[in-house]
Design a protein around this ligand. Structure first.
Ligand code: SF4
Length: 499
C-alpha cells in the first residue's frame, strides 16, 4: 500500500521513511546534525533519521541552557535491543546537560495492552535496571510511574479539557467500543510529554520511533492550546466588573491569533526591557515596535530569548508592572512605547491594575521529537517482542544471543563466489544493522570497515556473523553484569517499584 500508516498501538511498520518527510512534515535529521554538540553515533550514522523542531533543544544544549529529554516505556515484555536505542538517546541527552526523564507507562500498558499489574511491576523493574546499567544517572534525572505521579494526573485532567472524542477518533481510530481508560491513557501520555515543562517552559525532546508521531503531534497541538486555555481561565479568575471584562476581552481580541505568540512575546520583551533599564537610557524616540526593539537592542539591551513566557506568572506581572511604571512615569518616551504596543494608555492602566491571574499558567513550548529507524528482525521482517528469534532481549542468556546472531538472515549472496564478485547487500542485512546500531559502539571506523568490506566482497557472511555473535555475547555479559551492579541504585531511586 502507498499509504504510510502511523499507528502507535498497531503493528504497522514504516517501510518508506521518505514519505514521512513529505506527508507528516518530519524533517531530516541530517539537516540539524551540524548544530548538535558531540552528536551521538546513532545520529551520525543516520539511525536517528528525522526530527520535529529539534533545533531549540540542540541550541539549549550548546548554550548550556535548560533543556529536557523524556521517554516512556510500556512494560509489556522484556526490554530488548530495540529499546536500547531509546535508553541510549535518553542517557546521551542527560550527559549533554539535559534534565532527563524516564517513565513507566503503566496506565497505558494496562489500558491499551491489558497487562496485569503484577506483569507490569516485573517488567517495569527490568526496564529501569537496563536504563541505569546503560548510564542513566537517577540522582540527576527523574524516574516515575504514570499511575503514582499526582502532578501528571492533574495535568492530564487539564489537558483532557482541551481534547475531545472526535479528535481521538480521527487520530487514533477510537470508536464507540473504545474504553474510557484507553482515552485516559492518551491524555496521561500527553501530560507525560509536557511534564518536564511544568515548572518552567524549556525545549524538550521526546525520542521515539516514527509510529509514535501521532502522540507527538497531538502533544504539540495541546501545548499550543494550553496557552489559549489559560487566557480563558484568566478571564474566569479576573472577577472583573462587566465593563472591565470588556476591556480585557478587547485587549486580547486586538491580537491577531495567528500572530498571538509573537505579539505577546514582543510586548513582554519591551516591557521587560523597560523594567530593567534606567529612565534616562530609555530616552529614545521610537514610533513602531520594531523601531523600539532595534533601538533598545542598540542601547545594549539583551534581547530576551524567544520563548513563550507571557503566561508565565512572573513575566506577566513584570510586563504589567512595567506598564504601570510607564504610565506613572509621565515620560513622553513611554508614550512612544505604549503607542508601539498599540494599547490605549487608559485601557492598559486599567488592565494592569485589575488583572490578577491566580493561576501560574503553563506557557508550554511545543515539545520536539527525534525519530529512529526500527531495527529489522533477525529473521527478516519487523523486530517483534512476540517472536523471540526476531530480537535479542537484554536479558537473553549470552549464549542464546550468540546463537540468535549466528542463525540470523543476512544480505549475503547465494554463494561465496558470488559474494566475492558482487559484494554483500549490507543495506539489507540485519547483521550489518547490529554492527551499526549497537556492536560498533562509538567506533565509526569499525562500522564503516564492516560496511565497506561487505559491499566490496572482502567479507563473507560466515565470519561476519561469527564476529557479530561474539560481540553480542560480550555485550550481553557486560550489560547483565552492570544490571546487577545497579540494583542498589534502583532501590535508592525515588520511584515506587510496586503498584
Ligand atoms: Fe551482512 Fe556481514 Fe554478510 Fe555483509 S558480510 S551481508 S554485513 S552478514
Amino acid at each position: 500500500a502507498d499509504e504510510v500508516a502511523l499507528d502507535p498501538w498497531g503493528s504497522s511498520s514504516v517501510s518508506d521513511y521518505r514519505k514521512l518527510f513529505e506527508e507528516f512534515g518530519i524533517e531530516e535529521f541530517d539537516e540539524v546534525l551540524e548544530e548538535v554538540p558531540n552528536p551521538h553515533y546513532l545520529m551520525r550514522r543516520g539511525v536517528i533519521f528525522g526530527h520535529r523542531d529539534y533545533r531549540p533543544v540542540a541550541e539549549a544544549m550548546r548554550e548550556d541552557e535548560p533543556a529536557a529529554v523524556l521517554s516512556g516505556f510500556m512494560p509489556t515484555g522484556d526490554p530488548h535491543i530495540g529499546h536500547k536505542l531509546v535508553f541510549d538517546e535518553i542517557v546521551w541527552h542527560q550527559q549533554q546537560g539535559a534534565d532527563a526523564y524516564a517513565l513507566i507507562a503503566d496506565l497505558e500498558a494496562n489500558a491499551a495492552r491489558g497487562m496485569t499489574w503484577e506483569e507490569i511491576d516485573e517488567h517495569a523493574r527490568s526496564y529501569l535496571l537496563s536504563l541505569l546499567a546503560l548510564g542513566f544517572d537517577p540522582e540527576e534525572g527523574t524516574l516515575y510511574r504514570q499511575s503514582t505521579n499526582r502532578e501528571v494526573q492533574d495535568l492530564a485532567f487539564d489537558l483532557g479539557a482541551e481534547a475531545n472524542f472526535s479528535e481521538f477518533q480521527s487520530i487514533y481510530g477510537f470508536d464507540g467500543e473504545t474504553d474510557v481508560s484507553h482515552m485516559q491513557s492518551v491524555v496521561t501520555q500527553m501530560a507525560d510529554i509536557l511534564y518536564p515543562q511544568l515548572e518552567e517552559p524549556k525545549p524538550t525532546v521526546i525520542p521515539v520511533g516514527p509510529d509514535q508521531d501521532p502522540h507527538v503531534r497531538l502533544a504539540r497541538d495541546l501545548a499550543e492550546r494550553m496557552r489559549f486555555f489559560k487566557v480563558s481561565e484568566a478571564y474566569a479568575s479576573f472577577e472583573l466588573e462587566p465593563e472591565e471584562r470588556d476591556i480585557v476581552a478587547d485587549f486580547y481580541k486586538r491580537l491577531d491569533p495567528a500572530e498571538f505568540d509573537d505579539d505577546m512575546l514582543r510586548c513582554t520583551h519591551v516591557a521587560e526591557a523597560i523594567a530593567e533599564t534606567p529612565l534616562e537610557e530609555l530616552a529614545v524616540d521610537a514610533s513602531t515596535l520594531d523601531d523600539l526593539l532595534t533601538k533598545l537592542e542598540e542601547g545594549g539591551m539583551e534581547p530576551v530569548r524567544p520563548r513563550t513566557r507571557f503566561f508565565d506568572r512572573r513575566a506577566t506581572d513584570e510586563a504589567f508592572d512595567a506598564l504601570i511604571d510607564a504610565i506613572d512615569g509621565e515620560k513622553r518616551v513611554y508614550e512612544n512605547h505604549v503607542d508601539a504596543f498599540e494599547i490605549d494608555l487608559a485601557e492598559a492602566e486599567e488592565l494592569a491594575r485589575e488583572v490578577e491571574v491566580d493561576n501560574g499558567g503553563y506557557g508550554f513550548q511545543p515539545p520536539s521529537s527525534i525519530y529512529h529507524r526500527f531495527m529489522t528482525g533477525l529473521t527478516g521482517g519487523k523486530m517483534s517482542s512476540s517472536i523471540p528469534a526476531s530480537h535479542i532481549s537484554l536479558l537473553d542468556d549470552p549464549e542464546d544471543g550468540y546463537n540468535k546472531v549466528k542463525s540470523a538472515t543476512t544480505g549475503g549472496r547465494e554463494t561465496a563466489e558470488e559474494q566475492r564478485e558482487k559484494g554483500g547487500k549490507a543495506d539489507e542485512c540485519p547483521v550489518y544493522e547490529l554492527y551499526a546500531y549497537l556492536l560498533a559502539g562509538d567506533d565509526d571506523e569499525f562500522a564503516k570497515r564492516v560496511y565497506d568490506e561487505c559491499v566490496g566482497g572482502e567479507r563473507l557472511c560466515g565470519d561476519c556473523k561469527e564476529q557479530a555473535a561474539q560481540l553480542m555475547k560480550e555485550f550481553l555479559e557486560d550489560h547483565q553484569e552492570k544490571r546487577e551492579e545497579v540494583e542498589e541504585l534502583l532501590e535508592d531511586a525515588d520511584i515506587e517499584l510496586e503498584s
